[in-house]
Design a protein around this ligand. Structure first.
Ligand code: ATP
Length: 312
């Protein structure tokens, strides 16, 4: 009997920024205790998954050359984790993953984690697994701290390593401009720099996340702009001093406020509205302080099938 080959599945998955990122002490397992507010943006990657006789990974788009195409690609690790959860044989797991990257690599926007989340959702559809998002989130957390959020999207409070999530009510839409830097920044190096800065002195820490939650519920970008904060920003700026100029240029161009996202180096600028975001983007693009700019809005949903049988 001929085996029926399922049609390929395509999943779109958002980038995240951190509206608030408080970095606590280092835990016994080496991770820092985090309190963060994730916000999913309309900037996205797409992952297409197909059953094939030639398994492997192809990467196209933004920063494709610096993305590993072997077993250390986070999307491949997600495939392995789901295969093991579902008890799939080596033969069943012959899949080809095609990654179309819109999210810059090592940009502090969790692009690799996004691809892992997309792979979990896409493979669940391809293999017709009856598996809830919450169950997928448990597998996601075993791959990386930012992977569960990419499954849910929206706006969420993350604690622990960032993997324990509670949704946060966020009214209308917020408009952002993103400034991509020439090169990425290594997340472990940025945490290392923060440890060094803290050993040498006492860099200021962001306050409580509670006012940020209130500002999100109010939907007022001016209120939210006053509260954006990231404990990793000082470390990212220390390693990449040019970011100070980028942050200033965004505000000079008319943004309400700017922040380094996660471990950087991408800077996210909150704008008054859609029109203002376009104006800020145009002016920032001409200021010569970054490689490229993008406008985006948030919050948007998490990883979602957009092509193949299950798309609707
Ligand atoms: P983090 O989530 O650690 O803050 P980031 O958002 O700054 O990371 P990513 O784009 O997720 O950055 O990539 C971090 C590193 O992970 C890259 O330098 C790359 O070597 C590796 N990597 C593994 N899989 C992927 C993937 N699918 N896409 C991008 N990078 C990947």
């Amino acid at each position: 009997m001929l085996a029926v080959v399922p049609p390929p599945v395509t999943v779109r998955v958002p980038a995240k920024i951190n509206l608030h990122l408080s970095v606590g002490d280092t835990r016994d397992d080496g991770f820092h205790e985090l309190t963060t507010i994730f916000h999913a943006l309309s900037l996205s990657d797409e992952v297409t998954i197909a059953a094939t006789e030639e398994p492997g990974i192809e990467v196209h788009g933004e920063g494709a050359k610096s993305v590993p195409t072997g077993e250390d690609n986070l999307a491949w690790r997600a495939m392995k984790a789901l295969a093991s959860y579902a008890g799939k044989s080596e033969e069943d797991t012959r899949v080809r993953l095609v990654l179309r990257k819109g999210i810059p690599v090592a940009g502090g926007l969790a692009g690799g984690s996004a691809d892992a989340a997309a792979t979990l959702v896409g493979l669940s559809a391809l293999w017709k697994l009856e598996i809830s998002r919450d169950e997928l989130a448990r597998i996601a957390a075993s791959i990386g701290s930012d992977v569960p959020f990419a499954l849910y999207g929206g706006t969420a409070l993350g604690t622990g390593r960032g993997e324990q999530l509670v949704p946060v009510l966020s009214r209308p839409v917020f408009h952002w401009v993103l400034a991509f830097d020439e090169r990425g920044l290594s997340t472990p190096k940025v945490y290392g720099e923060l440890d060094r800065l803290r050993a040498d002195g006492d860099p200021p820490r962001v306050g409580s996340h509670a006012p940020v939650v209130e500002a999100l519920a109010s939907g007022d970008p001016r209120q939210l702009a006053l509260l954006l904060g990231n404990d990793l920003q000082a470390a990212a700026v220390s390693l990449r001093p040019g970011l100070r100029r980028t942050l200033r240029a965004g505000v000079n161009a008319g943004a309400l406020a700017g922040t380094v996202s996660g471990s950087g180096p991408t800077c996210a600028f909150l704008c008054e509205g859609a029109e203002s975001a376009l104006e800020v983007a145009a002016e920032l693009a001409g200021a010569g302080v970054c490689r490229t700019v993008r406008v985006a809005h948030g919050p948007v949903p998490g990883a979602k099938v957009v092509g193949g049988e299950d798309a609707n």
